[in-house]
Design a protein around this ligand. Structure first.
Ligand SMILES: *[C@@H]1O[C@H](CO)[C@@H](O)[C@H](O)[C@H]1NC(C)=O
Ligand SMILES: *[C@@H]1O[C@H](CO)[C@@H](O)[C@H](O)[C@H]1NC(C)=O
Ligand SMILES: *[C@@H]1O[C@H](CO)[C@@H](O)[C@H](O)[C@H]1NC(C)=O
Ligand SMILES: *[C@@H]1O[C@H](CO)[C@@H](O)[C@H](O)[C@H]1NC(C)=O
Ligand SMILES: *[C@@H]1O[C@H](CO)[C@@H](O)[C@H](O)[C@H]1NC(C)=O
Ligand SMILES: CC(=O)N[C@H]1CO[C@H](CO)[C@@H](O)[C@@H]1O
Length: 322
């Protein structure tokens, strides 16, 4: 483990961890070949993060590989088995495993427009994990280019399907339109002219365990593709509007993706954002770094131990809050 040279500031978040990415790779090749198009997660690497103090892993996967052909169909037992192995590894160690279809609100490339099919998909998937309290469900990664009302309706359908499966103890992460960006939560309009702030607040859950799941990158267009962060305070700045919305609507949230490249401006901006989350822990429950996973290679945000380019800089920073 890296030595943590920073002063431990006792700013523990409820949830602090990393995204695991790999089982959703090769999405233009479905189902694709294990080991060529996609891979599963390195449990040794996740174990290392857990022993360092992290307690949440967002396990990305593809809907079409988990439930092939039609959303109302059964699961692929082999893909489910591999997912379950990773989920159980994490939860047996007492950490949370978030199950995330990395599908952007699409199934086989088409915008999901049937709430009943989506509800069926989630009922099927949640049924397999209903007895595991440390699982979280994330309805979909980054809806975009859709009607705001449809995105809210899909999230509600997912909640309904999950609860109907008997999965009643787990958190459900709901994501918004416009890539679920925190900085545009109150401003970016869907194709129907409605923002997340105008549609997502009406979701209901009989178990009252909804987590508003937002993403935030710190480059000029907020896409997380540039190594240049806008400035050293941009992290906190970009969370402010969404934070005000969360407070005035009595909601709680998690920052499900964030990152910055290895340079001093980004490091300061990331720390400022995590401090801001910590200072607003009444509405923000935690943060999940993007990303880890065995196939990232020299990707600038990779914290895969020990050689990911961001590992030695950002692993200690994440641990300050873990
Ligand atoms: C899995 O992670 C461990 C610990 O970081 C590392 O030593 C090992 O090489 C990794 N295996 C693969 C296949 O990436
Ligand atoms: C599941 O993982 C095993 C290796 O552990 C691999 O052989 C198999 O192809 C994988 N299957 C799927 C569908 O991911
Ligand atoms: C809904 O999606 C299906 C599958 O992509 C498509 O065939 C159909 O035209 C869509 N319906 C509407 C009303 O958009
Ligand atoms: C709830 O729904 C009403 C009516 O559709 C809408 O005007 C309002 O903006 C919604 N509120 C939130 C917080 O989403
Ligand atoms: C950083 O950029 C934001 C957005 O442009 C701006 O509001 C803020 O004042 C800037 N902060 C500094 C320290 O320049
Ligand atoms: C910001 C970022 O790097 N996003 C990438 C996340 O990973 C998916 C594949 O899993 C890419 O398509 C995104 O570009």
């Amino acid at each position: 483990a890296p030595t943590n040279s920073k002063t431990k500031r006792n700013k523990k978040m409820r949830f602090a961890g990393v995204n695991e990415s790999g089982a959703e790779f090769g999405s233009d090749n479905i189902p694709g070949v294990y080991g060529t198009d996609y891979t599963w997660y390195n449990t040794t690497a996740m174990g290392e993060f857990i022993s360092q103090g992290m307690n949440i892993f967002r396990l990305n996967l593809l809907m079409e590989r988990l439930v092939p052909n039609t959303m109302t169909g059964p699961m692929n037992a082999d893909y489910l088995g591999n997912l379950t192995k990773d989920v159980n590894y994490v939860t047996d160690k007492g950490a949370y495993a978030m199950i995330t279809p990395h599908n952007y609100g699409r199934y086989y490339g088409n915008i999901i427009n049937s709430t009943s099919d989506f509800e069926a998909f989630w009922k099927t998937v949640a049924g397999a994990f209903k007895d595991n309290d440390l699982v979280m469900f994330d309805t979909n990664n980054e809806y975009y280019g859709m009607a705001g009302q449809l995105v809210a309706d899909l999230n509600q359908a997912a909640i309904n399907g999950i609860r109907a499966a008997g999965a009643t103890s787990q958190y459900v992460n709901v994501e918004g339109n416009s890539y679920t960006g925190a900085w545009t939560w109150t401003t970016a309009e869907g194709t129907d002219g409605l923002t997340n702030a105008q549609t997502m607040g009406n979701l209901t859950d009989p178990e009252d365990k909804i987590l508003y799941h937002m993403h935030q990158y710190l480059d000029s267009d907020g896409s997380g593709t540039s190594s240049t962060c806008v400035n050293s305070t941009i992290g906190a700045t970009r969370l402010m509007d969404a934070t005000a919305w969360l407070k005035s609507n009595n909601k709680i949230a998690i920052l499900g993706e964030y990152a910055g490249a290895v340079n001093s401006v980004c490091e300061e901006a990331v720390e400022g954002m995590l401090d801001y989350i910590d200072e607003n822990s009444d509405v923000w429950t935690g943060a999940i770094w993007w990303a880890a996973g065995p196939w990232w290679g020299d990707y600038m945000f990779s914290v895969e131990p020990d050689n990911g380019p961001a590992y030695s800089t950002y692993d200690p920073i994440i641990l300050e809050y873990s």
